[in-house]
Design a protein around this ligand. Sequence first.
Ligand code: KG4
Ligand code: ZN
Length: 334
Amino acid sequence: MTSILGIETSCDETGVAVFDTRRGLLSEALFSQIALHAEHGGVVPELASRDHVRRLSGLVEQALAEAGVERTDVIAYTAGPGLVGALMVGAAFATGLATAWNVGVIPVHHMEGHLLAPLMSGQAPAFPFVALLVSGGHTLLVQVDGIGRYSLLGQTRDDAVGEAFDKTAKLLGLGYPGGPAVARLAMAGDPARFRLPRPMLDKPGLDFSFSGLKTAVYLLAQDEPDAQADIARAFEEAVVETLATKCARALEAAGCRDLLIAGGVAANTRLREALSALPGIRLHTPPLALCTDNGAMIAYAGALRLGDAIAAPTAMHARARWPLDTLAPPAGLT
Ligand code: KG4
Ligand code: ZN
C-alpha cells in the first residue's frame, strides 16, 4: 500500500489530491484561476504562476487533512507540458516537500495524466485502444498499447481544439474559458443556417488544423453580427464532425473499436454524442470532473509509475514541451 500526493500546476488550475494504491482516491482539492484570467480574456502566464504560489500550500494542507494523513509515501507532480513558470512552481513545491518528508518524487506528463485518468474510475477499455486527447493546449490522436506505450496517430498543426473554442468565444464576445460558453450558445443555434469548412477532412492522414476555422468564424461574425448562436453552432458542428471523422479513421488504422476521450474538450456534449454515434465504436468517457485539469489524475498517474520515483530529488523537472510518444513504460514494467 502506497500513498501518493499529486500536484497539478501546468496551467490555470491548482489541483492537489491524495491517492492510495489500495484505498483509491482519498481526497481532492482544486482552485480554478478562471476568474483571475477572465478579465484578460485568456490565461496570463505570470499571473498563473503567482497564484499557484499563493494557493498550493493551503490546498496541500486541505487535501492531507481530508485524507486523514500527515504525509504521503511519494509525491507526483506535473513536470510538463505546460506553462513553464506555472510548472516550476509545482515542481519546486513538490521537490522541496519531498526533501522535507524524505520521500521520492515522480515527474508526471500532464497528457498521460489525462489519458490514464479514466482507468481510475474503471471506465477505460483494455489495451490497445485509441485515445482522443483534446484540451486547451493539445489535440492528439494516440494509439495506446499500454502504460507508456503511445504512438502518435495525428495531432494539430496549429491551434488546439480548446484554443479554437476559446478564440471563437472571444470573437463572439463571450467570456473565458470559451468552450463551455460556445457550447451553451450553440445549443440555441440553427445547425442548418451556416456551414463552416471541415479542415483537412479531404486530405489523407490524421492531422488536424483549426486556425483556418477561426478565420472563417471571424469573417462570418463580421458579416452577420446578429447571428451569434447560429455561428457558434456552425463552429461546433464543424469541429465535432472533423474530430469524429478522424477518430473513425484512426480506429480503422489501429484496427480497434475502443475510443477513449479525455482533456477539457471531452466535456463537450455534442462531441460525445457524435462519437458515440459512430458505427461499431465503443466510446469511453471519463466523468466530467476528471476531464478538466485536476490533481487526482496526476496522483493516479504517479501510482501507476511508482517504479519511476526519484528517491532523493536534487533537481526539479519542468518542460514546456514534452512529446507524449517519447515516454517509456514505467520502470519494472515491460
Ligand atoms: O484539459 P483542460 O482543462 O486544460 C488544458 O490542459 O488545456 O482543457 C481546457 C480547455 C479549454 O480550452 C476550454 O475552453 C475547453 O477545454 N472546454 C470545452 C468545454 N469545456 C472545456 N470545450 C468545448 N466544450 C466544452 N463543454
Ligand atoms: Zn489539461
